[in-house]
Each structure stands twice: as C-alpha cells, then as structure tokens.
Design a protein around this ligand. Structure first.
Ligand SMILES: [Zn+2]
Length: 219
C-alpha cells in the first residue's frame, strides 16, 4: 500500500517518491541540474541512501532520467525502464525510443540539451505491459502507454494512482503532450487509461489531477 506520495518538482519536471512501509520507490529521476533539490527532498522525507528499492522510468528523455545513475550509486536503487528506452538512457539518443526519426525540433533539442543534461545510466530491469510490481514490494502494475515515445510506460498502483509520464501534461489543464511520436498510439493510450479504474493522475509536467477531469473533457 502506498502510504505517501511526495512530489519532487523542479522548474521543468516532476518526479515522485512513493513510500510503502520502510521502503521507497520513485517514478522518474528528474533532471540532472536539480540534484541538490532532489537530495534535500529525499532527506526531508526521511529517505536515506539504501532506502530506494526501485526507480521506474516512464521514458528516456533527459529531464526524467538525469539522476538515474546517481540514485543507483548513492541510494542502491535499481532502475527499471521499457527496453525501447534503453538507448536513451545508455547513449542519450532521444530517437532510440521514437519511430519518427525526422523530427527537427527534437534533433535541435538533443543537440542543445544532451551536452548539458544527459547522464549515462545502464538500466537494471526491463519492464513492459502488465508487469506486476508486487515482486518489488509495491502493489501495482506497469501499463504500456506509447505515443510520446515507443517505450513510454505508466505505473498504476493498487490505490488507483496513475503515473503517466509525458503522455498527458497538466500545466493549465489535463491535455496531450505536444511532443508526439505517434498520434494514433497516443490516442489509444489515453483510451486505454480510461478503462483502468484510475482515480488520480500524476503527470511528468504540471499538477496531479483527478481522472474525472480527463473524462469530462477529452484532452
Ligand atoms: Zn518526454
């Protein structure tokens, strides 16, 4: 049972710290330049090195993965990701987990941001659709939600909390992420979400929102 969810926000992205008993889990690792803020937030939460069991990475973009290697090394965490995102974590290749190799905006972003933000990490575990998280000590499962990237995953807990990565954002209202790799897959992933009995959605960018908000108005 997830007893507490701490939102660790930095100027551009959220990562989440989940507490179950004496164990902590994270969803995403945040951007590398925010390491000081992350360390402080973990300390404030009572999470010490060795206490994080698993970091579940929703997808391989730099703003979500920048502290993966740090959390592995300092906190003993294992890093779990869909295998399609491995190239992004290991080589900083933002196209590794995307079908559209011609996206000029993304190419420019990669050229600009990779030297600044990319921190190499070797994932420990590959996860995919339906994987049961109870083997790691947390009640929940992995939901494959491609669209923003091929290997995007969501984390659904037993309480109905859903961590959607960059499928949806909520800066002003719940909406589709503007960076789309496959529009049809993105729509299908959102439809899939609607059938999961989700109560609250925790996005990579913006504030958490109730699932009803999404059902009231299609993003
Ligand atoms: Zn992203």
């Amino acid at each position: 049972m997830v007893e507490e969810i701490k939102i660790i926000t930095n100027p551009i992205v959220n990562c989440y710290l989940l507490k179950t008993g004496d164990t902590y889990f994270m969803v995403d690792a945040g951007v590398s330049f925010y390491r000081g803020g992350l360390k402080k937030a973990l300390k404030q939460a009572g999470c010490r090195p060795g206490d994080i069991k698993l970091v579940m990475i929703t997808h391989g973009d730099y703003d979500h993965t920048g502290n993966c290697a740090y959390l592995q090394k300092k906190y003993g965490a294992r890093v779990a990701v869909h295998k399609s995102e491995a190239g992004a974590l290991e080589r900083g290749d933002m196209f590794a987990g995307r079908k559209n190799k011609q996206n000029t905006g993304l190419r420019i972003s990669q050229a600009l941001f990779k030297p600044l933000f990319f921190r190499k990490c070797k994932p420990d575990i590959f996860v995919g659709e339906g994987d049961d998280l109870s083997q790691y000590g947390i009640e929940g499962k992995i939901v494959h939600i491609p669209g923003h990237t091929t290997g995007s995953i969501g984390v659904l807990t037993g309480e109905g909390y859903f961590f959607c990565g960059d499928l949806l954002t909520n800066s002003n209202r719940p909406e589709k992420n503007k960076l789309v790799d496959d529009a049809a897959e993105m729509d299908a992933s959102i439809e899939k979400m609607k059938a999961l009995g989700i109560k609250t959605v925790y996005p990579g960018h913006g504030r958490p929102f109730r699932m009803e908000e999404l059902l009231k108005k299609n993003p």
